[in-house]
Design a protein around this ligand. Sequence first.
Ligand code: FNR
Length: 373
Amino acid sequence: PPLSRIINVQDMEETAKKLLPYKALAYYASAADDSITHIENARAFSRFFFHPRVMRSVSGCDTSSTILGYKTSIPVYISGSALARLGHPLGEVNFTRGAYKAGIIQMVSTNASLSYGQIAAARCSSDQPLFFQLYKHKNDTTAAKRIQEIEALGYNAIFLTVDTLVPSNREMDTRAPHYLEDFENQGTKRKSDSKDDQEEVDILGTAGGLIINNDNDMTWERTIPWMRSVTRLPIIIKGVQCVADAVLAAEAGCDGIVLSNHGGRQLDYSLPPLEVLYKLHEEHPEVFKKTEVYIDGGIRRGTDVLKALCLGAKAVGLGRAFLYAQSAYGETGVVHLVRILQREIRFGMHSLGVRSIDQLSPEMVERVDWQPA
Ligand code: FNR
C-alpha cells in the first residue's frame, strides 16, 4: 500500500509481515519460549492510565528532547537490532538516513549487516550522532579493538548489552532454515571455536550464530572499569531487568541504563520494562538523578512513550517497528514511522496539558490493577 495508508505502528508491522520472506520474518518476529514476555511487554502499557489536566496552556507544544545531551525530535531512538539487510537491501543505511531526516538517533548493532564504517559513512552530516550497541567479545583484546574502531569512526556512545550472554530459545527462528550465509560482516563471527558450541549454533538458528562469542564472564567490578580503561565514550548498560541491577548500574557510574529484556527474545517471564521502571520509580527515585534511564520493548503508540516518560524515562527505544518500517519502505518508512509517533506524542501532550517533554511527571499516570479488555 502507499505510505499514506500506513497510519499507525501496527499498520507498518502488518504490511512488512506480508512482504518479508519467511526466514527474515522468523528472525525479526521471534521471541523466547512461549513469547509471554514479548506479549506482556506491550500489554503492560495498558495497565497505566493518564490523569490529563485541562485549562493549561499548550500552544507551541514541543516534542523534542535530548539523549545523552544529543538533540532528538522526539524522545525515541532506533534500538540496535541485527541484520537489517534481511528486510531491505540498504539495511542499516535506511536507519542512518531516515534517522537524520526525522531528527532522531540510530543505535547500530554489533551484528549489523553492513560494516560499522559503511554505516558511519552514510551519515548525512558530520555532526549526526550515532550510538553503538556492543556485544563484548569474550576476548578482551578483540573487544578493545572493536571499541577503538567504532570510537575512531566517530560513534558517540556505547550501549553494552548485558542480557545476551548466551543464545536463547527462539523457536520460530529454530524452525526456519539458517539465513546467515549471505550476511557475513566484520562484526559477525559465525563459526565457533568448539564443536559443542557449533552444535548449539546449529540448533539455535540465526540468533545462535550471532552471539556465540559473547563474553559470559562480565561483572560490575571487572567489566565497567575495563570499559572505562579502553574508551572515553559514554557507557550505557542495555538489558537491565530488575530494580536491584538498576541500582547497581547507577552505582557503577554508568552514563545510562536501558531497562530492557531484549524485546522478549532472551528470558521468557522477565518482567516488562515498564513495570520495572514503575518499581524503580517507587523504590529508588534517586537513580533517575544519577543517570539517564531508558526503556525498550513493546512500544507501539505515542501514549506508550508518554507513559514511560512520565515515570522518569529519558527516552524509549523501538526495535522491531523500525526493522519493519525499513523492510517495507526503506528510509522513507523510517521517517514515516517517526512522523506517526511524533503526531501521536504531540496529541497526547496537548491532551495531558503539557507543552514540553520536561513537564511530564509521575502524577500524570496511575497504575491500575485490572487489565483492560
Ligand atoms: C534485537 N535486539 C538487539 N539488541 C541488541 O542489543 N543487539 C542486537 O543485535 C539486537 N538484535 C535484535 C534483532 C532483532 C530482529 C530484534 C527484534 C531485536 C533487541 C532490540 O535492541 C530491542 O531491545 C528490542 O527489539 C525492543 O523491543 P521491540 O521494540 O522490538 O518490542
